[in-house]
Design a protein around this ligand. Structure first.
Ligand code: FES
Length: 596
């Protein structure tokens, strides 16, 4: 037990008086208020585990915090497999803990959704983070009728994660960087006469330029299915944290850095009292800032790369270095103010505890990230937040047949041309999908993709006037390249795990089992490994483990090729699709939402 809700008094966001909501957990009434997610309610009430795994009854709670990993599944009002981090509570919710993952209640094929009631849009944008918002506004400004669909309840994505409106925060701006820029773009999107915005909506498949979507509360039963035909599609689905395995990384109390950030910024929940932040990349700094903002004590921030590597990387591009230096000073002052030690060349190599993290072992790393013998130290913590870069949400791009390449940091990315056009005609991509490069690059790519997607849809329209945004994209890509040089992921991470360390959290497959399968059966690709060992075959469909498995299987010097094929891009209940007699059009969905 370690998570807690930040007290309202003194909160810089000036949270309003919350409306109490009646919910029960395993039959007992618990404190809850409007706008909280199920995960936030559970953590605020002292529960950080609420599920056991299918194979070995291991305890599970929240891990990724953004709907990718499926660790936090819970039963709500009798409906199993609801992602607690994604679902907002409603009055009367009966939350019950869950064992394993429930099986589908029907095997009817998704294709039973009738192909009626569709309406075309000229440009459909998937995602409402910095890239998606910029793309939608640019496409709307260029004269296209635009539909934006997004999993989230509010505009902003992970980067500009918003407090729920129900929190009635008077100063939400204090939790955001570059609030003015964001607020202006958000307001333009929601008030634009040619833009239709559908929150709480997931696109689960793409066929050509037709998208299949569902709208309604996350993972609820009866989400409305509908199909959308587009002239152009802009994919801007963002990314999620990459975590490298170490002994104990599946203990409750180990979170992705993104989960800690999402809970702090979006729910005012601290994941622990004494928190260790570890990994690589500048994202760890705002995570530490957010943790401090909800009252957690950050015992240390461990950057795995040496200070020399980081300095060299940033200073390799004179265009990038000055801005990073300014930012570094700002965060340096914050860390000093809160007495948070920043250690370069260190990381966490083990988490300890029975049902929850009680301590962690940290170690100094050599230049290849191998722990230096004798440097190990044990620190008492009740939460560990880890992040080693990001993995893009490539499911829809892969399903659309887009060529996948390697981004500047070595992670899989969508290949695009100078207009953000993918190899699939009419499908454009922007933001983290094309390579991890931060919010400014995402927004610039979004603007360019929105403009060129509109040009493609409105054949003959003028896509001129993009010189300045192309310049911004170019600068952003230089930043991305410097970022990759400053924060590389070295192969020595493979030495942190043992044969007993889980590699696949969902199917509870160990590193030893993966390596044995590789040796005994000569398997060297993720798909064969999946079928043989079950690593990657679990509820998250390999989102968490596929890059790790691919890296373990890759020969020295080879670029790992993780399995990215997930024809069903997000969790969807087969029963909902089978029950749907008529697929709604986006307009019908909007009308229904307005009536409710
Ligand atoms: S961790 Fe989810 S399938 Fe492997």
């Amino acid at each position: 037990m370690s998570g807690y809700l930040r007290p309202r008094s003194g909160d810089p966001a000036e949270i309003g008086t919350p409306t109490a909501v009646d919910v029960t957990v395993d039959g007992r009434p618990v404190a809850a208020h409007a706008g909280q997610t199920v995960a936030a309610v559970l953590l605020a009430n002292g529960r950080d585990t609420w599920r056991t795994t299918r194979v070995h009854d291991r305890p599970r709670g929240i891990f990724c915090g953004i709907g990718a990993c499926q660790d936090c599944l819970v039963t709500v009002n009798g409906l199993p497999d609801v992602r607690a981090c994604q679902r907002t509570i409603t009055p009367g919710d009966a939350i019950t803990t869950q064992t394993g993952a429930a099986l589908p209640t029907t095997s009817s094929p998704a294709a039973t959704v009738a192909e009626q009631g569709r309406r075309g849009f000229e440009v459909v944008v998937v995602g409402a983070g910095p890239a998606g918002v910029a793309a939608a506004v640019a496409a709307g400004d260029a004269g296209a009728e635009v539909l934006v669909v997004d999993n989230g309840r509010a505009v902003g994505g992970q980067y500009n994660r918003q407090l729920p409106a129900e929190f009635a925060a008077r100063r939400p701006d204090r939790l955001q960087h570059e609030w003015k820029v964001f607020a202006e773009q958000r307001d333009r999107l929601v008030s634009h006469p040619r833009i239709t915005y559908l929150p709480d909506t997931s696109v689960w498949a793409i066929e050509g330029l037709r998208l299949w979507a569902q709208t309604g509360p996350a993972d609820a039963s009866g989400r409305q299915p509908f199909a959308i035909d587009a002239q152009s599609v802009v994919l801007a689905a963002g990314a999620y944290d990459r975590v490298l395995p170490f002994p104990g990384w599946d203990l409750p109390g180990v979170y992705t850095a993104g989960a800690a950030q999402a809970l702090a910024k979006g729910q005012r929940i601290a994941v622990g009292h004494r928190v260790l932040v570890a990994g690589t990349g500048p994202f760890l700094l705002p995570v530490a800032e957010s943790l401090v903002g909800v009252g957690a004590h950050v015992v240390a921030l461990l950057e795995a790369n040496s200070l020399t590597t980081v300095r060299k990387g940033w200073s390799s591009d004179p265009l990038v270095a000055p801005s990073k230096l300014r930012e570094a000073f700002g965060y340096g002052a914050l860390l000093a103010r809160h007495r948070i030690p920043l250690r370069h060349g260190w990381t966490v190599i083990a988490a300890h505890g029975t049902d929850h993290v009680e301590a962690a072992t940290i170690a100094r790393l050599d230049s290849d990230w191998r722990p230096i013998r004798g440097s190990e130290r044990r620190v008492d913590v009740d939460a560990v937040c880890v992040g080693f870069g990001f993995t893009a949400n490539l499911e829809l791009a892969v399903s659309a047949g887009c060529t996948i390449t390697t981004g500047p940091d070595g992670s899989p990315a969508v290949a695009v041309d100078a207009d953000q056009q993918t190899s699939t005609p009419g499908v454009f991509a922007a933001g983290e999908l094309t390579g991890i490069g931060g919010a400014a690059l995402s927004a610039a790519e979004g603007t360019l993709a929105g403009t060129t997607a509109a040009h493609h849809a409105l054949a003959g329209s003028d896509a001129a006037g993009t010189a300045s945004v192309r310049g911004a994209v170019e600068r952003g890509r230089r930043f991305a390249a410097a970022l990759a040089r400053a924060y590389p992921v070295r192969d020595g991470w493979k030495s942190w795990s043992t044969a007993d360390t889980l590699v696949c959290r969902c199917e509870e497959v160990t590193r030893g089992q993966v390596e044995a399968a590789a040796q005994e059966r000569g398997l060297n690709d993720g798909r064969a490994m999946k079928l043989s060992s079950r690593a990657g075959l679990g509820m998250c469909q390999g989102r968490v483990c596929s890059r790790t498995v691919a890296a373990l299987l890759a020969a020295p010097g080879d670029v790992p090729e993780p399995s990215m094929k997930r024809p069903i891009a997000v969790p969807v209940r087969l029963r909902d699709l089978a029950d749907a007699e008529v697929a709604e059009s986006p307009e019908t969905v909007l009308d229904t939402m307005e009536e409710q």
